[in-house]
Write a protein that binds this ligand. Structure first.
Ligand SMILES: [Zn+2]
Length: 98
């Protein structure tokens, strides 16, 4: 069973308690009505979808119900770390580099 650490509940809980909520750290436009169709398409539909480390939003829907961010490796499906919403995107990851 995949366990995910909720940074608010401060414990690992089963994956079934969580819902994926898209890529993290996407800059939301301040004036969506003024955007060109191409810029809106880029904001709304285009995601990085990398092979490897990705930053994602998750929600602990069957727990505290709060949104948080996670760093996950799309190749291994392992969660590298989770952190609270609003915290800066970690540049140095646990276990990465020496
Ligand atoms: Zn929680």
């Amino acid at each position: 069973m995949l366990l995910i650490h909720c940074p608010y509940c401060e414990e690992e809980r089963p994956e079934l308690e969580f819902r994926h909520a898209g890529e993290a750290h996407i800059a939301r436009p301040t004036d969506m009505a003024a955007m060109s169709d191409e810029d809106f398409e880029k904001f709304f539909f285009i995601r990085s979808n990398p092979k490897g480390v990705i930053y994602e939003r998750w929600r602990h829907v069957h727990g505290c119900a709060r949104f948080f961010n996670a760093v996950r490796d799309t190749v291994t499906d392992k969660f590298v770390m989770t952190y609270k919403a609003g915290e800066p995107q970690p540049k140095k990851l646990p276990g990465a580099g020496k």
